[in-house]
Design a protein around this ligand. Structure first.
Ligand SMILES: [Zn+2]
Length: 462
């Protein structure tokens, strides 16, 4: 149905159609340029790409002082550009994407990962999904809005960062050392959220408003050891194993926040039967039976509703013929944002239930408060989703991994992940081989961003 309307719309206005195909060409050309500069950490080419983007923006009419190529390290250069708005006394909106990609080796791929290809309705290349589609969408829309002479009701700032996939130092430097350049009322991140397809049909539109915290523990048992021909009950490997077994059978209590509660309530609209009923029972009453069923059904549901800790590495013993003097496990935890490292450690200690198992933190988590679900941001976006993909729910999301958004939230700026790119639930290729994004989905997301930016920065119609 939507396609039919779109076709009628184009037929009614050929100049609009021409404009539209010009814009598509520009989007594709920018996307190609971004993919074909290898910005993996080992190649270190973000300065080259940042310079090309800056030249393109200036050629499109941006004043040079509004287009900066900067960074904390000459090897990692960011683009920060500003589209000036009417001075309406409103703080800017920050738009985020990253220029760097995860390394890709030619021999792992079916073709050269750094050559942009269009095959059977997909654009292929390293970064097509994570996150150069997003960066291209921001650049193309900045140019489009500039050429139109559009004046938003506040400044729009675009920050394209250089090391999201590795240290995240670039965004932290911007937040800490160049705050005035990127300071904003809130941020929209192309690197999170997104649309979900099931067998080619849109089923949900996610907006990321929260990220879990990462915290790793070492669990260690030390023992005086001895000759393996004379075993004793007090064995380091057995003690650690029993503790890990108890941990493996344990689940942290359900701990929902505004974002995860919203996730289950809205997801219920896309689900049917028992699953939909369980999602509502969990969100509204923290129903334990519903929580158990949903956790068993999907590791993702389980991770959204609670803190998780899982053994990921194991080390022990020093000789085939000696009793072990040391047994050590690495346990990686993902904390819901309002959980606390001390309380997680205390829980681990209680669950492994053996004072011989010493538990220590291997790192310090970076806290990341969930962003409030603000109506002034989310309502215009939801209205646009309803108009573009009728009938699908908008679902607030808490990522179980982390992006640059973590550091921006941490700096007191709420962040909403709105990639708006649809992909199949079971075919995500970010960081993997033969990475791709749908042609229709890429250009559709770009049009969505164009409309979203206007909806968020135009005075309300009388
Ligand atoms: Zn990314």
């Amino acid at each position: 149905m939507r396609t039919a309307f779109a076709v009628l719309g184009f037929a009614a206005s050929t100049s609009l159609a021409a404009q539209d195909s010009d814009q598509r060409r520009l989007e594709r050309e920018i996307f190609r340029e971004l993919i074909e500069v290898n910005t993996s950490d080992s190649a270190g080419n973000t300065p080259i790409l940042a310079a090309k983007i800056a030249d393109r923006l200036k050629a499109a009419g941006f004043d040079p002082p509004d287009v900066l190529v900067i960074g904390h390290d000459p090897r990692y250069q960011n683009v920060v550009a500003r589209l000036r708005g009417r001075a309406a006394g409103k703080k800017p909106i920050l738009l985020m994407a990253h220029l760097d990609v995860v390394d890709a080796r030619r021999e792992d791929w079916s073709f050269d990962p750094y050559q942009f290809r269009e095959v059977d309705g997909y654009y292929y290349g390293r970064g097509t999904s994570d996150n150069k589609a997003g960066a291209s969408i921001l650049i193309a829309n900045f140019i489009r809005l500039k050429k139109e002479g559009y004046q938003p009701d506040r400044d729009l700032i675009m920050a394209l960062t250089a090391d999201e996939e590795t240290s995240g130092d670039a965004i932290q430097w911007l937040v800490r050392e160049r705050r005035q350049l990127i300071d904003a009322e809130y941020a929209l991140n192309t690197d999170a959220g997104g649309g979900a397809y099931q067998n080619g049909k849109p089923i949900a539109f996610a907006i990321q408003a929260s990220e879990k915290m990462f915290l790793t523990f070492q669990l260690e048992v030390r023992n005086k050891g001895g000759h393996s021909s004379l075993p004793v009950p007090d064995n380091a490997i057995y003690r650690l194993s029993r503790g890990l077994d108890r941990l493996g059978r344990f689940s942290f209590p359900v701990r929902l926040n505004e974002v995860s509660r919203g996730f289950f309530l809205r997801s219920a609209e896309a689900e049917k039967g028992q699953t939909a009923a369980d999602m509502r029972a969990l969100a509204l009453r923290r129903d334990p039976v519903a929580a158990r069923r949903l956790s068993a059904q999907s590791p993702y549901f389980n991770s959204v509703m609670r803190t998780t800790c899982v053994a990921t590495r194991l080390f022990g013993g020093h000789a085939d013929n000696a009793l072990p003097q040391l047994a050590r496990a690495t346990v990686n935890c993902r904390l819901v944002p309002d959980d606390h490292p001390d309380s997680v450690r205390a829980t681990l200690q209680r669950v492994v239930a053996d004072s011989a198992i010493a538990i220590r933190e291997q790192d310090q988590p970076t806290p990341s408060p969930p962003s409030p679900l603000r109506a002034d941001v989310l309502q215009p976006i939801e209205a646009l989703v309803r108009a573009t993909w009728p009938g699908i729910p908008v679902i607030p999301e808490m990522s179980t991994g982390a992006t640059d958004g973590l550091h921006v939230r941490n700096g007191g700026i709420p962040v909403y992940g709105v990639s708006a790119i649809f992909e199949e639930l079971n075919d995500t290729r970010a960081h993997g081989r033969d990475e791709r994004v749908g042609v229709k989905e890429f250009h559709g997301a770009s049009t969505f961003w164009y409309q979203m930016l206007k909806a968020l920065t135009s005075p309300p119609k009388a």
